[in-house]
Design a protein around this ligand. Structure first.
Ligand SMILES: [Zn+2]
Length: 349
C-alpha cells in the first residue's frame, strides 16, 4: 500500500478488512494505491469461479468501505448468496488481458477499446469470461440502453431470448416507475455453475443468473435499490432486498411465495441486520426480510402511491448511501402514518 512512492503501514484485523494507518482530516484528499494478486478457486466459489471454460469475478477486489459518513465495518454474512458490503459510487477504468481470444468478456459498464472497459458512477465492478451464446437488444427508458445477454450453452439452459425479453421489460417498467435507468448498458450473464442458486448475483449494470432458471425482474430491480440508491447491505438488508421484492412484483405480478405464512421466529423483524438473519436458512431470510417488507409496504396504501413515494426516494437519494430514515422521509410524504405501520413490521429508524 502506497501514497505516491511512500509505503503506508497496514494491518489485517480479520480476513476481509485491510486497515491503512493514515489519518485523513476532513476535506483533505489522498490517493493511495496497491498491488494485489488473486488466486481463483478451481471450481465454483459463488462470487468467484475458476476452472472449466469460464471465470467469474464478483466482489474480487478491495472496496472502500465508506458509507458517506463513517466506515462500514459490518462483518461478512454467513448466508451464502447474501450481501453485506457498502461502497461509494466510483468510476472504473479496467484493462483486461486474456490468453485465449476465443473467450468472451462481459463486464460492468462498456467496452471502450481492445481489452479496455469503463464503468462510470457505479459502486462495484464485475466481469465474466467464457464461452457464451450472446443476444443483444435495446431497452427504451426512453433513451436507448444496450442490453446484452450471455448464456453458457449447457444442457437445460434457458433461451438467451427469454432473459433478454425479461431484462428489457423490467428496465422499461422500472424506469417509468422510479426514474430512468441512468447507465448506457445492461448485461445479464447466465452461468451453468450457478444452478441451484435461488435468485442471482447483482452487480452494477451486470447481473448473474443460473443458466437454467431466471428471475431477471428481481435482479434488475437491484439496479435501482442497491446500485443507484445504495445502502449498508449488512445493517439494513430490507432496504435493498425488500425494495427489490416490491419492485419485481411490478413485472411478475407478485413476489415469490406471496401467500406464505411467516414463521414466528422471523415475524416482524424486517429491520434486523444480516447478523440476525445469519442464524436462519435462506428461506426464512426470504420470508422474514424480503416478503415481509413487501407486505409492510402494501400495508401503507395503494400500490401506485407507494411507487410514487419510492420514485421520490430514488430521485432524492440517487448515487448516495441511505439510512432507513431516508426511506421513511419519502414514504411519509404520501403516508403520514408510515412510521407506525413500518415499525409494526419491525422496521427501525
Ligand atoms: Zn435480491
Amino acid at each position: 500500500m502506497r501514497e505516491g512512492t511512500r509505503p503506508l503501514p497496514v494491518s489485517h484485523p480479520n480476513p476481509t478488512t485491510l486497515v491503512i494507518s493514515r489519518p485523513v482530516p476532513a476535506g483533505e484528499q489522498v490517493v493511495v494505491s496497491m498491488n494485489w494478486r488473486l488466486l481463483l478457486p478451481h471450481g465454483t466459489g459463488l462470487r468467484m469461479k475458476g476452472g472449466g471454460y469460464s471465470v467469474r469475478l464478483g466482489s474480487f477486489f478491495p472496496l472502500l468501505a465508506w458509507d458517506g459518513n463513517a466506515w462500514a465495518l459490518d462483518p461478512p454474512t454467513k448466508l451464502p448468496s447474501a450481501e453485506a458490503w457498502t461502497t461509494p459510487i466510483a468510476d472504473f477504468d479496467v484493462r483486461i488481458t486474456q490468453q485465449s481470444a476465443r473467450l468472451r468478456v462481459l463486464a460492468s459498464g462498456q467496452q471502450v477499446g481492445v481489452g479496455k472497459w469503463r464503468a462510470q458512477a457505479v459502486r462495484d465492478f464485475t466481469l465474466a469470461l467464457g464461452r457464451f451464446k450472446l443476444v443483444r437488444g435495446t431497452a427504451h427508458v426512453p433513451a436507448p440502453v444496450g442490453v446484452t445477454v450471455a448464456v453458457e450453452p449447457v444442457p437445460g439452459a434457458k433461451s438467451a431470448r427469454v432473459f433478454l425479453r425479461r431484462a428489457i421489460v423490467s428496465l422499461e417498467r422500472y424506469s417509468a416507475l422510479y426514474g430512468p435507468y441512468p447507465w448506457h448498458t445492461y448485461t445479464v450473464v447466465g452461468m451453468a455453475d450457478l444452478t441451484g442458486l435461488t435468485g442471482g448475483l447483482e452487480y452494477p449494470t451486470l447481473v448473474y443468473q443460473p443458466a437454467a432458471s431466471e428471475n431477471v425482474p428481481h435482479e434488475t430491480a437491484h439496479q435501482w435499490f442497491y446500485s443507484l440508491v445504495g445502502n449498508d447491505q449488512a445493517r439494513d438488508p430490507w432496504l435493498d432486498e425488500g425494495l427489490a421484492t416490491w419492485t419485481e412484483a411490478a413485472v411478475n405480478g407478485a413476489p415469490p411465495f406471496t401467500d406464505a405464512t411467516i414463521p414466528p421466529e422471523v415475524a416482524n423483524k424486517i429491520g434486523e441486520p444480516m447478523s440476525f438473519w445469519d442464524q436462519f436458512d435462506p428461506r426464512r431470510y426470504f420470508l422474514g426480510a424480503y416478503l415481509q417488507t413487501y407486505r409492510a409496504l402494501l400495508s401503507l396504501g395503494p400500490r401506485p402511491q407507494v411507487d410514487c413515494a419510492l420514485r421520490l426516494y430514488a430521485v432524492r437519494n440517487a448515487y448516495r448511501i441511505v439510512q432507513p430514515r431516508d426511506l421513511l422521509d419519502a414514504l411519509q410524504t404520501f403516508f403520514p402514518d408510515a412510521e407506525q405501520k413500518l415499525k409494526a413490521y419491525g422496521a427501525r429508524f
